[in-house]
Write a protein that binds this ligand. Structure first.
Ligand SMILES: Nc1nc2c(ncn2[C@@H]2O[C@H](COP(=O)(O)OP(=O)(O)O)[C@@H](O)[C@H]2O)c(=O)[nH]1
Ligand SMILES: [Mg+2]
Length: 453
């Protein structure tokens, strides 16, 4: 273990609460803690994983609070270092005073994610597990929290280790074969080699394919409300939120910007966008709004295409077709609005569609249920893994190397070329788990963390 300084930070959100927890980690944790804390024994002398009640004093020896101190001895702590966690009364000033006293006694304020970074550097976690910690904290869905929790226990690590060992085996055999190249011995059947590479490729593709689902679990399910002007898009948003959020007006082109709101449905954060009505317009601001809507819709997982059923039931058909073509990865659902203005016969005629009235809020629960169902379906693709953009970028390089290896298998005169590509793929897998890392990569990963984690 490398020798590092001792860091401290508030681990709970700042503000008023029942308790606040201040973390102290590093080689001098117990010495520093004992300068501030007075219990029945010195913390330097107590057993690991014990909790102690006592008084906490500032640098001037003034009493700050009565607190408990939890002691963890290296390497059996989150960071792998000597750690003390102080639980004090949850007040803004109390927790600030505790931190200030620890700093006066020799600790340094921690940087964002520094505790988890130390856990990584002390081999308590690999990089995908450290990322899972951030995902647990930031995740906006139950599914995401659960998937991240499994990843923290080594879910992705295990899958990557399987991939790695199959590639290591290929490499070993190829290199052995090269050592005996003069004798023309084939250690690995070409057909078998091909099958192994193809299955490694399929596995990498499966992982990259779960990126979109992981993103939904991480940041929420994006739903765009689209339609021609006056279809009732802003009214639908308001009905779903149960408040007057967007301006509703009979004048077409009222929503020129877009509005983003959030709603938790079925344990998942739903990000809803109300967009400018799609039509050809002369108005400069409205055109900009329509362009903005296009960019926004690209990020949507589900598009609710709202049709003004009083005009005609297939009034928006052309729009549905265009959106399906322009945004093939989004699910498009046609919604018939303003059914309160229809006669009974007409309502019966379109009963098989999703029918709503944004004014009477008839059918709004059905819209929410539909969103929840699609969100669940789209998240199911992730299996139990949380794939992020960093993983995808590296996996794409692995995929490229494996493609090159397959090509070399068909065309290259010697197996040496295949081994080079497979070794390159292995190097990139090592970057995903953090077997090989650089300061830049760590900075990028831990920038997502908050202070105290
Ligand atoms: N009767 C009735 N009027 C509606 C309904 N939904 C919207 N409207 C009206 O249609 C007009 C346009 O609504 P708005 O939500 O601003 O449409 P947007 O341009 O698509 O955002 C307003 O006068 C609304 O009151 C509905 O379900 N029933
Ligand atoms: Mg509007």
């Amino acid at each position: 273990m490398l020798v590092r300084d001792t860091i401290c930070a508030l681990a709970t959100p700042p503000g008023v609460g029942g308790l606040a927890v201040i973390r102290l980690s590093g080689p001098d944790s117990f010495t520093i803690a004992d300068l501030c804390f007075r219990g029945s024994r010195l913390l330097a002398e107590v057993d690991s994983h014990t909790i102690h009640y006592g008084k906490f004093y500032d640098a001037e020896q003034a009493l700050v609070d009565t607190i408990t101190a939890s002691v963890f001895r290296a390497p059996h702590s989150y960071t792998g270092e000597n750690t003390v966690e102080f639980s004090c009364h949850g007040g803004l000033i109390v927790s600030q005073e505790l931190s200030a006293a620890l700093i006066a006694a020799g600790a340094r304020p921690a940087e964002p994610g520094e505790f988890t970074k130390r856990a990584f550097l002390n081999n308590k976690l690999d990089l995908t597990q450290a990322e899972a910690v951030a995902d647990i904290i930031h995740s906006v869905s139950q599914q995401g929290t659960h998937a991240a929790a499994r990843q923290l226990l080594g879910g992705l690590t295990r899958r990557l280790r399987e991939l790695r060992s199959s590639l290591v085996e290929i490499c070993g055999l190829l290199e052995l074969e090269l050592d005996f190249s003069m004798e023309d011995i084939e250690f690995i059947d070409r057909k078998e080699l091909r099958a192994k590479l193809v299955s490694a490729l399929a596995f990498c593709k499966e992982l990259t394919d779960s990126f979109q689902a992981s993103e939904i679990m991480r940041s929420g399910y994006n739903v765009g409300i689209v339609g021609y002007p006056n279809a009732g898009k802003s009214s639908l948003l308001n009905a779903m939120l149960n408040k007057k959020r967007a301006i509703v007006s009979p004048t077409p082109g009222t929503t020129r910007d877009y509005i983003e709101e959030h709603l938790v449905i079925g344990g998942t954060m739903i990000n809803i966008f109300d967009t400018a009505g799609l039509r050809s317009s002369e108005d400069r601001i409205e055109i900009e709004g329509i362009q903005l809507a296009q960019t926004l819709l690209r990020q949507c997982n589900l598009l609710l295409i709202l049709n003004d059923s009083t005009l005609s039931f297939d009034h928006s058909q052309a729009l549905v077709e265009r959106l399906q073509q322009d945004f093939p990865s989004a699910t498009c659902v046609l919604v018939q609005n303003k059914i309160d203005l229809l006669d009974e016969q007409s309502v019966a005629y379109i009963a098989s569609s999703l029918c709503i009235s944004a004014v009477t809020t008839d059918g709004i629960d059905a819209v929410k249920a539909l969103i929840a169902e699609y969100a669940r379906r789209d998240m199911a693709h992730a299996g139990s893994l949380m794939i992020n953009a960093r993983h995808v970028a590296l996996l794409q390089m692995v995929i490229q190397s494996l493609h090159n290896a397959l090509e070399a298998l068909e065309t290259a005169p010697s197996n040496e070329f295949i081994a080079i590509d497979v070794r390159e793929a292995l190097r990139k897998i090592g970057e995903i788990t953090g077997d090989t890392w650089s300061e830049n990569v760590l900075d990028e990963v831990f920038a997502r963390f908050c202070i105290g984690k």
